[in-house]
Design a protein around this ligand. Sequence first.
Ligand code: GDP
Length: 296
Amino acid sequence: MFENLQDRLGSILNGLTGRGALSEADVSAALREVRRALLEADVALDVVRSFTDRVREKAVGAEILKSIKPGQMVVKIVHDELIEMLGGEGVGVDLHAAAPVVIMMVGLQGSGKTTTSAKIAHRLTTREKKKVLMASLDTRRPAAQEQLRQLGAQANIDTLPIISGQSPTDIAARAVQAARLGGHDVVILDTAGRTHIDEPLMVEMADIKKRSNPHEILLVADSLTGQDAVNLARSFDERVGITGLVLTRMDGDGRGGAALSMRAVTGKPIKLIGVGEKMSELEEFHPRRIADRILG
Ligand code: GDP
């Protein structure tokens, strides 16, 4: 589908065929279209800026070849740069640590954190034959704890029995202890979300981290998050320190610009993507596919 940008760039640049190299002015005109395409894909403004700077550096002075139209040439530079910025292929969760390996899931309410916790547990159980224990640390919303318990029961994955009145950090410690005693390979901590980032949430996340020593801290974020993606990823990364990202709702019709924004501000890998509500609808991340989608 990315002929779209190619067409736009073609009409600006293809008349240059036969000239020596792309000038600053040619590239600036092309970058206005690139910028528009990225903003349409919901890439955050700061990230659009740094991205177009990088493309400018590569494109100005590039020799115009006979074998390829100048418009296509710039699209290729943009495409390659997007893939580079999006990082490598998603590798899934890292389990290279002593058992029980603790995976802490963080993110805003409604981002898909509980569903993703269960999807990851399901994946580790079925594909890697791991014994997994899940625990809900959302003490403010009993319904969230019950949701995780039900998902566990459906997918045949152990969940930590709920004891009302315990603090999130105490539940985290109890989960790790229970996993040790129960011979679980992995513990997944589904932490509480909020509708927006606030100080108490960040303090709670930092306390849980201290008590449970997670090997992975995965930020679950809705791929339809637009300009807020940068603040979200930056706050969680600075305050809690994430090890990777999981983007949900990639089955929706969003263009996936949040993937680029979050990856760019944190430098952390996008490990997995959610592509539906079902337990099996979790996939590896392929930067090329997202790059195509961002370019529309
Ligand atoms: P939480 O509040 O962050 O724990 O969010 P939930 O896990 O409860 O998810 C909120 C809603 O999003 C639920 O209806 C999920 O089924 C849905 N959901 C989660 N991940 C995906 C996804 O990848 N694609 C789609 N279409 N829906 C999802």
